[in-house]
Ligand binder design. Sequence first.
Ligand SMILES: CC(C)(COP(=O)(O)OP(=O)(O)OC[C@H]1O[C@@H](n2cnc3c(N)ncnc32)[C@H](O)[C@@H]1OP(=O)(O)O)[C@@H](O)C(=O)NCCC(=O)NCCS
Length: 150
Amino acid sequence: MTIEPLALPSDLDAVLAIETESFTSPWTREMYVAELQNVGVSFCYLARDESGGVIGFCSFWRVLDELHINNLAVAHPYRRRGVGTALLTFVLNEGVRIGAHRATLEVRRSNEVARHLYEHLGFSPAGVRRAYYTNPVEDALVLWREPLGN
Ligand SMILES: CC(C)(COP(=O)(O)OP(=O)(O)OC[C@H]1O[C@@H](n2cnc3c(N)ncnc32)[C@H](O)[C@@H]1OP(=O)(O)O)[C@@H](O)C(=O)NCCC(=O)NCCS
């Protein structure tokens, strides 16, 4: 597996396919295109398998010295093989490299798989946003990891 920045518009199809199978309110192509144009703030990294196919991605914003993790998703057949952990670990290290000191994200209260992964990587709950998600309506847990480096 390799991890690299999303650079080619042609990779967007694969990202959108994973996005759509992973989330009930997926980001649209237009949203991703707008994100890609926000150079220096908005980042997206892809995981590829040995034949170059996109199997997962993680997108985030760098806001001053904070990383805001927006999306993390792995294609169904590749889940539970460490891809999500590898992607987020890469992104956190990248965050340190570009000067971030802490990282935050939101997760559905019921998403035990993701919550387990985040806690495993040093994130702790710091608050709740009531009814933050729709489809279905659900609270978001706000997690932080600080500091980012060792
Ligand atoms: C959350 C997600 C990205 C995890 O990706 P992944 O590549 O499967 O994760 P990993 O293989 O690195 O697993 C990391 C840990 O998560 C937990 N986990 C992963 N799959 C699990 C499952 N089916 N059941 C329970 N725990 C699971 C385990 O603790 C696992 O560690 P372990 O295998 O050492 O026990 C993936 O399930 C996904 O794309 N889900 C849909 C989108 C989503 O919910 N994204 C997060 C939004 S906040």
